[in-house]
Design a protein around this ligand. Structure first.
Ligand SMILES: Nc1ncnc2c1ncn2[C@@H]1O[C@H](COP(=O)(O)OP(=O)(O)O)[C@@H](O)[C@H]1O
Ligand SMILES: [Mg+2]
Length: 222
C-alpha cells in the first residue's frame, strides 16, 4: 500500500460495545455528507474471510490456542487488506472497519493474559500489514458485564451462534478491556476512547463529533 487517498477508520472494543451498530450509523452520516465509504469487518470482510470467521467465532473456546488464533486472524487480515481495504483506499473511498489489528493484540495477547508474546504479534503485523495503520481508531469502552449481556441477548435471535469469545470467563473480558485502554494510552494520536454506556444516538453524536474534529469536516447530525 503506497498511495492512500481515502481514510481508514477502525472501531474497536469488547463484545456488545456497539461497534456494528455505530459503524452503520457513521457510514450513513458520511454518505449523507457526500463522502464515499464502505463498511467492513474482521474477521470475515471477504469471501474467504467468512470461512475463517466461522472457525474463529463459533464453537468451543478451547478448540485452538492463542497462537493458532493469531495466525488465522492474520490470514483473514491479509486477504482483507489486499482485496478490499487497500483497493478502496486507493480509489479515495473511506473504509470503516468493525475491528482490525488492535483486536488481535487485545484478545490474543491481553485477553489470554499475555500467554503469547507481543513480539510475535508485532512480527505478524510487519509481515502482513507493513507500516500501514488506521488513520483513526475509535475504542468503545464499557463494563464487560453490560457488553456481554447485550451480545448474548443479540445472539439468542441468531441461527449461527457467534459466541465463542463471549463464552470465555469474565476475567478474559476484564483483561481485554484493560488491554485496550493501555493500547489507547500508548497511541493517543490514533485512538479516541469513548464511553459506550449511553444511548445509541448519544454515542453516535460523540463519534461524529470526534470524526469531524479529526478530519476537519462539518458533518451534520440529525
Ligand atoms: N448504546 C446501546 N445501548 C443499548 N443497546 C445497544 C447499544 N448499542 C448497541 N446495542 C445493542 O447491543 C447489541 C450488540 O450491539 P453490536 O453493535 O452488535 O455490538 P458489537 O458489534 O460491539 O458486538 C445489539 O443487539 C444492539 O442493538
Ligand atoms: Mg459486532
Amino acid at each position: 500500500m503506497t498511495d492512500r487517498k481515502g481514510v481508514f477508520i477502525t472501531l474497536e472494543g469488547g463484545e456488545g460495545t456497539g461497534k456494528s451498530t455505530q459503524l452503520k450509523l457513521l457510514s450513513q452520516t458520511l454518505t449523507e455528507a457526500g463522502i464515499a465509504n464502505i463498511t467492513t469487518k474482521e474477521p470475515g470482510g471477504t469471501e474467504i474471510g467468512q470461512e475463517l470467521r466461522r472457525i474463529l467465532v463459533t464453537g468451543d473456546k478451547d478448540k485452538c490456542d492463542a497462537v493458532a488464533e493469531a495466525l488465522l486472524y492474520y490470514a483473514d487480515r491479509r486477504i482483507h487488506l489486499t482485496t478490499k481495504i487497500w483497493p478502496a483506499l486507493e480509489k479515495g473511498c473511506w473504509v470503516l472497519s468493525d475491528r482490525f489489528a488492535d483486536s488481535t493484540v487485545a484478545y490474543q495477547y491481553y485477553g489470554y493474559n499475555k500467554r503469547i508474546s507481543q513480539e510475535m504479534l508485532d512480527d505478524l503485523y510487519r509481515m502482513s500489514v507493513g507500516k500501514f495503520k488506521p488513520d483513526m481508531t475509535i475504542l468503545l469502552d464499557i463494563d464487560p458485564r453490560i457488553g456481554l449481556e447485550r451480545s448474548l441477548k443479540k445472539a439468542q435471535g441468531m441461527s449461527v451462534k457467534e459466541t465463542r469469545h463471549e463464552s470465555r470467563g469474565i476475567e478474559f473480558h476484564n483483561n481485554l478491556r484493560a488491554g485496550y485502554l493501555e493500547m489507547a494510552a500508548r497511541e493517543p494520536e490514533r485512538f479516541v476512547v469513548l464511553n459506550a454506556d449511553k444511548s445509541i444516538e448519544d454515542l453516535h453524536k460523540d463519534i461524529v463529533k470526534n470524526v469531524s474534529e479529526r478530519f476537519g469536516l462539518s458533518l451534520c447530525r440529525k
